[in-house]
Design a protein around this ligand. Structure first.
Ligand code: XUL
Ligand code: CO
Length: 439
């Protein structure tokens, strides 16, 4: 079969000294870091929607990138051409997984029955390609935010008919995820939120979302889906307020509605910063709750303040991300490049270079995070920082065996405490710089 990207070679690792724009400088799939090859630490996935669908359309103008792959858009021939392009791109980059929405795969028909038939047909073709290449599905999801029927949300809609369409799309997307052997099923609550409280029953809507998730779990388990359900928090955009604001909010929701056995978090860097947190913060919150399932690996632009979905290049952030992931014992699902090239970067070479950038940034982050852990200065300091709790009294408090009376008595007998030790933030930041840039 003719190649879709004949000018792009298989991307190889050439090391940090290479100046070849179509080579990895840091991502060396077989290199072992802390006992595991990089490819296992970094289960990278291509996002079908950005890489094969998005053309750079924005509010001010049409797309700049030609992703027709020589076929007429909105046809099944085009859908098949996207599959061929996607598998060639992943194979050339050594990306082992992909993620998809239902509507990324085929053109949507006015009749959902016909859309479903198209989905059956395209996933048959994908299965052939998966077998040929060994590439796997990381996670699937349903797009319940683009179609105008979802203007008021999907699980949170005011219309019981639209709620049924949400159910139908979720059911089909779970069927497809199982068919393709996906490790996860994601709920990103696009439009699950509100524009104004003047017209919104918040509790009612949240209960309906939870019911939909319960039905999804019940159905998924009944057809043999043994993977992880994930919520992807995001504070705003498209709605003024989204219910899955951040990891803490989504975890509370999952626990409130009894979904915690089946759900974990899919933390996206750009969503965390939109919520006013660092990426590391939301990863830590998910991790300490045992819910760090997957990552949408991208980055935002703090000067712009919307969801720019850029390919990650900030190694400071990827290092701290991988530090959290290594400390949490790894990811249950994987790392999806929910990222798109900038509108003026419209060529197919740009598309490859963007993925190389993302993969190298995470590889470098992994190398540096492992070095930070092996160096030990940061972890040692944190241990020392809380050392006063290692004694008998601290242990009593930690074990829940102390009383307010006895602690008060002790405070009164001390008259005043010694100042707690310095937080030494600047020292720790210099250690991090030393690991990142030192010889
Ligand atoms: C939107 C977003 C989505 C989800 C999947 O901000 O991140 O692409 O990852 O629906
Ligand atoms: Co995302």
């Amino acid at each position: 079969m003719a190649q879709v990207f004949p000018d792009i070679p298989k991307i190889k690792f050439e090391g940090p000294k290479s100046k070849n724009p179509l080579a990895f400088k840091y991502y060396d799939a077989d290199r072992v870091i802390m006992g595991k090859p990089m490819r296992e630490h970094l289960p990278f996935a291509m996002a079908w929607w950005h890489t094969l669908v998005a053309t750079g359309t924005d509010m001010f103008g049409p797309g700049t990138s030609d992703k027709t792959f020589d076929e007429k858009p909105a046809t099944m021939a085009h859908a098949r051409a996207k599959v061929d392009a996607g598998f060639e791109l992943m194979s050339k980059l050594g990306i082992e997984y992909f993620c998809f929405h239902d509507v990324d795969l085929v053109p949507e028909s006015d009749d959902i029955n016909e859309t479903n038939q198209r989905l059956d047909e395209i996933t048959d073709h994908m299965l052939v390609k998966m077998k040929e290449t060994g590439i796997k599905c990381l996670w699937g999801t349903a797009n319940m935010f683009s179609n105008p029927r979802f203007m008021n949300g999907a699980g949170s809609t005011n219309s019981v008919d639209v709620y049924c369409f949400a159910a139908a799309q979720i059911k089909k997307a779970i069927d497809l995820t199982v068919k393709l052997g996906g490790k996860g099923y994601v709920f990103w609550g696009g439009r699950e939120g509100y524009e104004t409280l003047l017209n919104t029953r918040v509790k009612f809507e949240q209960e309906n979302i939870a019911q939909l998730m319960h039905m999804a779990v019940k159905y998924g388990r009944s057809i043999g889906f043994d993977g992880t359900f994930l919520i992807e928090p995001k504070p705003k955009e498209p709605m003024k307020h989204q219910y899955d604001y951040d990891a803490a909010t989504a975890i509370a929701f999952v626990r409130q509605y009894g979904l915690e056995k089946d759900f974990m978090m899919n933390i996206e860097a750009n969503h965390a910063t939109l919520a006013g947190h660092t990426f590391q913060h939301d990863l830590r919150i998910a991790a300490i709750n045992g819910m760090l399932g997957s990552v949408d690996a991208n980055q935002g632009d703090l000067l712009l303040g919307w969801d720019t979905d850029e390919f990650p290049c900030n190694v400071y952030d990827t290092t701290l991300c991988m530090y959290e992931i290594l400390n949490a014992g790894g990811l249950k699902v994987g790392l999806n490049f929910d990222a798109k090239t900038r509108r003026p970067s419209y060529t197919m070479e740009d598309l490859f270079q963007a993925h190389i950038l993302g993969m190298d940034s995470f590889a470098l982050g992994l190398i540096k995070a492992a070095a930070l852990i092996e160096d030990g200065r940061v972890d040692e300091f944190v241990k020392e920082r809380y050392a006063s709790f290692d004694g008998e009294l601290g242990q009593k408090i930690r074990g829940g065996n102390a009383t307010l009376q006895e602690l008060s008595d002790r405070a009164l007998s001390m008259k005043r405490p010694a100042l707690p030790g310095s937080g030494r933030q600047e020292y720790l930041e210099s250690v991090l710089n030393d690991i990142l840039f030192g010889g």
